[in-house]
Design a protein around this ligand. Structure first.
Ligand SMILES: [Zn+2]
Length: 416
């Protein structure tokens, strides 16, 4: 599977450093939006000599290589096309839910070169879960014959994540994880830079970068075991807020009348009345067996069981009201509704959409698209890939890479 995701880079001026120029050129090549020196010149507005020097820097450290020759009819000389050298690095992504995880290995050309989907139990605690994930990644790298390739790891977890501190903060459904140094532990296990992100933020980022970067803000609403929203601004960057809690709407009060106790200790939270867990409990399933409860709910929805559909409809109405508020705050251009409940039920998105269009102001919905995520269950992996690629190609990361041993000079032939 090959992704086609866009990377962001700051605008260039004549005063930026050599590494910044190289970083921007590498990101343009990695995005597929400019793949020859001429295209890079047009995309950045940089002079031919600056582009030449930047490309040479990237070739010298092994980041770029010549991929082939592109013949442009009627446009003079054929141009060399550039691509990221797959040997330069790999990006590992662990997209973890509370009961399952997708682990993927990507090369820098955005190709997924290996993936496993596994059952996990986050409630078993980080000392059980993290070494298991580390071991599985090591096995995958061994299998690919690339145990020593430089790598970075991006990890998504379904809880309030302090992205900068590298830890989860008081997660309601993950005992033992509060403040645990996830990033430090994974770096110990796998080496290389490690980034931790909230799972919904990763999905939002992946979906936002599947489209041209000029489109407006995007909201990704996840309705699964928990409920959360990821927000990406019009410039394509994640809006995390001051501490990483932006979009954490699962624990806002759904309605003043709601009295259902929530896993966070409060009552009437959106998550307590409208998540998969809430639907399962309302249908009488055992709340202590999360995996069994989720499977039972999905099976009933698939069979179009009338009581299950009625409860999903009520859940969708509660979520719809919160989405209307979010739309008035952010005025997004796209709202995507994902998560296991959305994937299982066609009704969920339809009901949320009908509430949004009947309740939100016309100006806020004039250009609004509401849809399912284009990458489906793989949005989180896509977001992890974006984050990992951008980190590998940051100016500081490129500056740390050694220049490869120069190749012996080619013999020169002079025209007589
Ligand atoms: Zn709550």
């Amino acid at each position: 599977m090959k992704f086609e995701l866009r990377l962001t880079a700051p605008p260039l001026s004549a005063r930026v450093s050599r590494e910044t120029v190289a970083s921007t050129l590498a990101k343009l090549v990695a995005s597929g939006s400019a793949t020859s020196k001429a295209e890079l010149g047009r995309a950045t507005g940089l002079s031919r000599t600056t582009v030449d020097a930047g490309v040479q820097t990237l070739i010298d450290i092994g980041a770029l290589r010549v991929g082939g020759i592109k013949v442009v009819p009627g446009r003079g000389r054929p141009a060399e096309t550039l691509e990221l050298d797959p040997e330069f690095g790999i990006v590992l992504v662990a997209d973890c839910g509370s009961t399952h995880a997708s682990l993927a290995v990507f090369d820098l050309g955005q190709r997924m070169i290996d993936r496993v989907d596994i059952d996990i139990r986050l409630d078993a605690g980080p000392e059980r879960v993290l070494p298991d994930l580390g071991g599985r990644f090591s096995d995958m790298l061994e299998r690919l014959g690339r145990p020593d390739t430089p790598r970075s790891l991006v990890m998504g977890l379904p809880g309030p994540v302090d992205h900068w501190g590298g830890a989860v903060v008081r997660p309601p459904i993950m005992p033992g994880w509060d403040g645990y140094p996830v990033v430090d532990r994974m770096r110990e296990l796998l080496g290389g830079p490690v980034m931790l992100e909230n799972d919904v933020n990763l999905r939002a980022l992946g979906e936002a970068r599947a489209a041209p970067l000029t489109r407006g803000p995007l909201l990704y609403v996840k309705v699964g075991t928990g409920i959360g929203v990821g927000i990406v601004g019009a410039d394509g960057t994640l809006i995390r807020g001051a501490d990483g809690a932006a979009g954490d709407v699962g624990h806002v009060r759904a309605s003043l009348a709601a009295k259902t106790p929530c896993t966070c200790g409060s009552i009437g939270c959106l998550e307590a009345v409208a998540s998969v867990r809430a639907v399962g409990l309302a249908l009488g399933f055992d709340g202590s067996d999360q995996i069994g409860l989720t499977r039972s709910v999905m099976a009933l929805i698939e069979q179009q069981d009338p009581p299950a559909l009625r409860i999903v409809k009520e859940a969708a109405e509660q979520i719809g009201e919160v989405v209307v508020s979010l739309i008035h705050f952010v005025n997004p251009e796209r709202v995507l509704v994902g998560g296991s409940l959305s994937m299982a039920s066609d009704h969920l998105l339809a009901i949320i959409r009908s509430i949004v269009y009947s309740r939100a102001l016309p100006l806020a919905t004039r250009n609004l698209t509401m849809a399912r995520p284009v990458y489906g269950r793989r949005s989180g992996l896509a977001g992890g890939l974006v984050m990992g690629l951008e980190s590998e190609l940051e100016p500081e990361a490129l500056a740390r890479r050694p220049v490869r041993k120069a190749l012996p000079p080619r013999p020169r032939y002079y025209a007589r």
